[in-house]
Design a protein around this ligand. Structure first.
Ligand code: BV8
Length: 249
């Protein structure tokens, strides 16, 4: 821990790559909890949440949405309800406070779509997988697709052409927003230190950013991850417990 604290003090540019574990102590179930097994792992349904019987990898896809828009929309509505009730935790706040004290020294790259880094006050967050709080049209919007002419529904839709709204997140099989991904790659390559917090390191290309890091890599996670082998240090602990200790001046 003290060595990593020294590395942080010495680092001019820090990149923090976060995953669902970053929000676990806020009360947001991780994908593993929700039953999203790592590829090749046992079938879904091992999690605890209401949707644990579903595999997010099966639900977070365009095919699933087109096949069953009501069910996928309800899954996202359930997740939105969960996120509306939670607050950023001490880990989110430690990151945001460090950014405030050291402008320009720390970049947040997140796989999370819950907006909690932003709500904690972090600026310039590189949200690789979009934002659960926003919708966008499923098909290219036509003149009739006016956000104000939306007919409420599960999902809401354009009452003239039937175009549906969908969550503005990146589904499996979809490209990440190219500008965000390029900025994240640059922040990874230019950093002197990368903290990899609360991610199992399974989903690509996000996880691959940890292998692009220009400096040392530190994994912060209570369990083993697929990125431990790329780490110069592994701190076995939680985001809300370890980040305040690591990032205090
Ligand atoms: C793409 C938004 C081009 C939606 C998400 C290369 C190799 C292999 C596969 C691929 C590859 N390239 C592309 C793929 C396919 C796929 C992929 O990666 N599949 C995986 C399953 C192998 N990737 C894609 O499809 C990506 N698109 O590459 O486009 C393309 C196009 C067509 C065909 C091929 C390529 C798009 C991926 C984005 C998917 N969208 N989210 C939504 O949220 O509904 S992904 C979603 O799942 C999350 O955003 C996150 O990225 C991922 C979950 O991972 P984690 O965040 O790590 O969470 P997890 O639950 O797994 O782990 C939690 C961790 O926290 C654990 O380690 C736990 O120990 C820890 N923890 C728990 N409590 C705490 C804690 N840590 C700290 N403190 C605590 N308290």
């Amino acid at each position: 821990m003290d060595t990593v604290r020294d590395w942080i003090r010495q680092a001019r540019h820090i990149a923090v790559l976060t995953g669902a574990g970053m929000s676990a102590e806020s009360g947001v179930p991780t994908f593993r909890d929700a039953g999203m097994p790592a590829p090749g792992a046992a079938a879904a349904g091992t999690g605890s949440g209401l949707w644990a019987k579903f595999d997010p990898q099966q639900l977070a896809t365009e095919d699933a949405f087109r096949a069953n828009p009501g069910m996928v929309w309800d899954w996202y509505a359930h997740r939105r309800e969960t996120i509306a009730k939670v607050e950023p935790n001490a880990g989110h706040r430690a990151v945001a406070d460090f950014q405030r004290r050291h402008p320009g020294r720390l970049t947040v790259i997140t796989q999370n779509v819950d907006g909690l880094h932003q709500r904690a006050g972090s600026g310039g967050v590189l949200a690789l997988h979009g934002n659960l709080g926003e919708d966008k049209w499923l098909d290219l919007p036509r003149n009739c697709c006016d956000a104000h002419a939306v007919t409420p529904g599960r999902p809401p839709f354009c009452d003239r052409c039937g175009n549906m709204l969908r969550p503005a997140v990146v589904w499996f099989g979809e490209l990440l927003p190219i500008g965000v991904l390029e900025a994240a790659g640059q922040a990874a390559r230019q950093c002197d230190l990368m903290l990899v917090v609360g991610t199992s390191g399974v989903v690509q290309p996000a996880a691959g950013l940890a292998r692009l890091a220009g400096g040392r890599v530190v994994v912060v996670n209570p369990e083993e991850t697929a990125l431990d082998d790329a780490a110069h240090a592994v701190l076995r602990g939680t985001a809300a417990h370890l980040l305040p200790q690591l990032l205090e001046d």
